[in-house]
Write a new protein. Sequence first.
Lengths: 218, 838
Amino acid sequence: MSQDQHISCALAGEEVSLLAAKALYWPRKKILVLGDLHLGKAAHFRKHGLAVPATVEEDNLKRLASLIEWLRPTEIIFLGDLFHSSMNRSWDQFASFLKAYPRLRRCLVIGNHDILPKTSFQEAELLLHPSLHIPPFTFTHDRDADCTGFNIHAHIHPSFRLRGLGRQSLKLPCFVIDRKKRYAVLPSFGAFTGSSMVSKGKHQDIFLCTGTSISKLS
Amino acid sequence: MRPWKNWKNYLETSPNIRHSDKEASAAQSAFAMAEDWFAQRGWTPFAFQRDTWSACLKGKSGMLNAPTGSGKTYAVLLGAIMAILRKHKEHPNTKAKPGLRVLWITPVRALSKDIYHATKTFLQESGTPWEVGLRTGDTSAAERNRIRKKPPQILITTPESLHLLMASKAYKEFFDSLSFLVADEWHELMGSKRAVLLELALSRLRSISTIQVWGISATIGNMQEAMNVLMDEGERSVFVRANINKRIEIQSIIPDEMDQFPWAGHLGLKQSKALLPIIWNSKSTLIFTNTRSQAEIWYQHLLELDPELAGQMAMHHGSIDRSLREWVEDAIHEGRLRCVVCTSSLDLGVDFRPVESIVQIGSPKGVARFVQRAGRSGHSPGAVSQIHLLPTNALQLIECAALKRAIERGDMESRPPYIRSFDVLIQYLITLAVSDGFEPESTYQEVKSTHCFASLSRDEWLWILRFITQGGESLSAYEEFQKVSIDEDGLYRVHNRGIAQRHRMSIGTIVSAPMLKVKFQKGGFLGTVEEWFLSRLNPGDTFWFAGRPLELIRIREMTALVRLSANKKGTIPSWQGGRMPLSAMLSENLRAIMDKLGSEASEIEEIRAIKPILEKQESLSALPERNEFLIEKIRTREGYHIYMYPFEGRFVHEGIASVIAYRLAKRKAASFSIAFNDYGFELLSDQDIAIDQAIDDGLFSVDGLSRDILSSLNHSEMAMRRFREIAGIAGLVFRGFPGQAKKDKHLQSSTQLFFEVFKEHEPGNLLFKQAYEEMLTFQLEEARLRHCLERIDRQSKKLIEPPKPSPLCFSILVDRLREKLSTEKLEDRIRRMIAEKE
């Protein structure tokens, strides 16, 4: 794994890694944090006759597997919108995928899309939380301005438009870190999840992910 | 309604009447019916009408090339009725067997009403006991049901409604007695995906019943091709031309004081006073503008200029509520309006006999569009169509001259038909699957028989079948894709009711930018405005719409609530679709005029009028002569500007400018901002560019052009824009409807998301590839761009560094500003810039 696949930075005095693979890693605690997987979205569409390529679902799990292989975390925190909609076979796929990692602790901070019955999550041994506080961080799905810790959240699927020569432009998923308001936003991890454009605020840092590399916007 | 009241007078003096016809005797009785009816009305048939009748009687298909208001409807309608009567050996006055016999396809609703009344008039007066029905998007559910249960002998409909009929069960029985299909105003459908809809429907109808097909078309550049698209291969078809030469008289409104006339601008209000005598001297005047915002501005301005127009003037454009538009159309028809400010929304449709004068504000950018508009006046054949052209800036006078030249030469734009529109094919196959299902092999043969899909390979066909049954290439173990299933009998069908319902709702949807409804708070619908315009306004802001100042109260869901505002100053919505590029045909004529600008005394009045500006251009820079290509370099506070003038229209200029900027930046790192209009383009950089060396090294070479286009332009963004429509037509996106369940909400997505996921996971997807094909063909017009570069490469380059902006580059400079500033501020800015220049 080469250098430009992650960038280390200090948040609230803790060192974390922002990964080109659109995830955050907290080395001291060995925690991997992922936002907005929207598993089962492609399957949900296909079930209703909208032809999203079926390989999208496999792609999500493949990328997740290679992250786990690489980092060997002891815990994963999903920052909500883990599953896109009502039950379909992608959930079984995901549940059996998790069985391969029996000692991996997994938490889900509930997101607005997570409408599956609680029992389904529990069967996959996911610990459910409305929000999760592990000092110095508070993990939520959407921003919580009143939370006690440095807020790490997802939900908005941030991306940034880079403009180049001529009329070239490129839209890339990104991390947004605001040191003044004390929060960090993760890009959406899932494929076929879409994004919303953000601009760079005054006290913000933006890190652009290309999938294979990550770079800080100067 | 009596459509041909004034016919008698000119018919008697028409030189084209032929009284004997060899074939006539064979079909005497059928002919007699038509002739009797004409005689009863005091008319004598034209030669082209008799020719059409006898061709129809002989069982032929064909194309009638005739302009609006020439009597084309009765030529084909009576021909169809005669042919059918003879086929069934029926007497005109006996009760006809039930069942659909004639399908009359029109592109617009307004026109279909007109045809309906004309048909009714004939059936009644001639005592032919046939029924005629009308089925468009407006038709009530009850009437649609009645038509389906008891089909009329003649049905007037649109391509979309025709597909909806094919989406209902047992459609084959509905069509099995069909003998005749008419594609009216075929030139309007040609060059659009709606023509593909008709081609596909025809391929199926031909397998159900033997039909004669007739197209009716105004003159276009590719007449033969237009006919081939409609006709069955191997069929010997007839081409009939109506020799009615409508004379068009063009009057350019030339400003009195040329030195006061702006060098650039698109509004043209400066000369508005010149319109008043035209308006007051004719019974009724149509004033055509190119954009909806321009119509709003002119309407408001004319009212201020002459308050007496209040109550006698109306406005008509595509965003205004349909009922209001229909009221305006009726009022024009009945001669109750002195003047109407309108857009292309009135290009087509009903005959407006009371209209005596036409005014076109700004260049119409295309010959065909102009001729169509000119034809809106002087509706009796033989009458001279008078059209006044009001240029909005000095350079547009050259465009006026180019238009005159084109019309004199009989030049007309071509409408190239769409080919390989996989999105439409997918929609059509699902339509068939929703009703009675389709058999793949025979359907493949039918589809391949159309012009659009003649080159469809078996592999592509199999891909499409997989796409609608499996949702793409891969079939994983966890497959749950549901759309079209293959039944045991081998037929492809849709079984899921939700999918069938969503499909019926989306047939023929024309995809456009999201629109918001504009409504009074107290009720009353005004029309629709593009979302991006309203999203820039805050509650309390005033804007002009439908000729009234409105105050925005709030936006709720997809509706903007407004009240009348006392504030007369307000923003005017601009619509994105409004900026048409100069057509290839008009560009060609424009360059021909430009070639001769250098010569001393011009015989063209428009060119004589702009003499002072041409002299200024010559003294500051140069006038490009024949086989010369002018390049200007200027340094301003903004940086280093390079101007080039290919005179090829804005789309082509956008492409060329990007390619040139890319090639220059490749030689030496530099960044450019690009601006362009219909005459040329500007490259602005913060450093001096050694353009002469670059030219020597092949700056304009066509070698590697395709590659450079793809690397210079944001091609994926442009292809994305095309993909939006494709995804809508192919049914990939589901927009949802009010009150939907959460599960349905979870089905919403953007076309962009689909585009990206195809790019990554399924680059071989035919819909994805189609987006790129369409971008190259229609957006960039790659072929035209290539020709243009070849021409420039051959020309000798004239590089000049004028001391200050020349009139030619000034027009681009202003266009560039326009992108950034609102209308009002722009006027101020231009005024200031002119002051600085003097």
